[in-house]
Design a protein around this ligand. Structure first.
Ligand SMILES: Nc1ncnc2c1ncn2[C@@H]1O[C@H](COP(=O)(O)OP(=O)(O)OP(=O)(O)O)[C@@H](O)[C@H]1O
Ligand SMILES: [Mg+2]
Length: 302
């Protein structure tokens, strides 16, 4: 079973707008609300690919119930923990000529809530996968992903970490099965720009030296690079196409990669890239048919 954990999910409220007048009344041409949160995105794409998954995480208040209902309506299995106070955040995305995001901090997560989460994680056993994705709420330590992985150590659970900065850095010593930085996240950990393929490989190798088993670097329109657990480097280019919405492309890539992971690295990488592209090329998250069609027509390795 693939579990995903979203500590700080959100409802994404997407509004199509013209030029914003600060201090005036602005009207949106269109508005829609989507369940948001990186782990939830991973679970959604996994379900569409027919892979069994359960989304875990914290929700709170009326917006938390709305989020849980929206996830259920997408046919995604979830087992969210309710927080006693606060409200799951509603993040506002303004789509105009540029994309502007307004993200709220989210509800407070107390030590008792974390204790309930640890209770829930007791069900994870050998062969299960846990995907830790997205930002850590400010009420928790940035080391919380590392703490969760330390707690699961020795249980044979495959961990995937898609996070940035401290939260990723402090998970590395727990030997996660996979980390998926994008270029900017890798550069931040490396401490400088990475302009060449050789540089990217060196930085990915450095993450392996710090504990990650497999490092999947997503490169937006340039596809992805994988340094696997044997140190072998694989490179896969993105499919040609026009990007309309890249939000969730990285999460889709994680889902595709995991869906293919039992069929070898070549398949995992190709399905990951195809799923990322399928999301980038569509208004919402990737649909199964689009992922499989792009997978079949993806440019060959190299
Ligand atoms: N503009 C694009 N054109 C084609 N493919 C894209 C584009 N953007 C993303 N992709 C696909 O999606 C994958 C992941 O994208 P990206 O590197 O942008 O992830 P990310 O920054 O982690 O995204 P997010 O965190 O918003 O989900 C890429 O490796 C590629 O396969
Ligand atoms: Mg990402």
């Amino acid at each position: 079973m693939i579990y995903t954990l979203t500590l700080n999910p959100a409802i994404d409220y997407v509004m199509e707008v013209g030029p914003i007048r600060w201090g005036g009344t602005n009207r949106a041409r269109q508005a829609a609300a989507w369940p948001g949160g990186k782990g939830i995105n991973v679970s959604t794409v996994l379900s569409r690919l027919g892979v069994e998954t359960v989304a875990l995480g914290f929700v709170a208040g009326a917006t938390g119930e709305a989020l849980a209902a929206a996830v259920a309506a997408q046919g995604v299995a979830a087992d969210f923990l309710r927080l006693p106070g606060g409200e799951t955040r509603v993040n506002v995305k303004l789509r105009g000529r540029e994309e502007t995001e307004l993200n709220a901090p989210g509800p407070h997560v107390a030590p008792e809530d974390m204790a309930r989460l640890y209770g829930q994680l007791e069900r994870l056993a050998r062969g299960d996968t846990l995907v830790l994705a997205g930002s850590v709420p400010s009420s928790l330590s940035p080391g919380v992903y590392g703490e969760i992985l330390a707690h699961l150590a020795g249980r044979g659970v495959r961990a995937v970490v898609d996070a940035e900065g401290e939260s990723l850095a402090r998970a590395l010593p727990c030997r996660p099965f996979l980390v998926k930085p994008n270029r900017a996240e890798l550069e931040a950990l490396w401490g400088g720009p990475l302009e060449t393929e050789a540089g990217l490989v060196r930085a990915a190798e450095a993450l392996r030296a710090r504990g990650a088993e497999n490092v999947l670097v997503s490169l937006g329109p340039e596809g992805a690079l994988l340094v696997d657990q044997t140190g072998a480097v694989r490179r896969r280019r993105a499919a040609p196409g026009r990007a309309v919405n890249t939000v969730g492309a990285g999460d889709s890539m994680v889902a595709g990669f995991l869906a293919g992971a039992d069929r070898g690295w070549e398949t995992a990488l190709a399905l990951g890239v195809a799923a990322g592209c399928a999301t980038a090329f569509s208004p919402g998250l990737a649909r199964r048919e689009d992922i499989l069609a792009l997978y079949r027509t993806l440019p060959p390795e190299g």
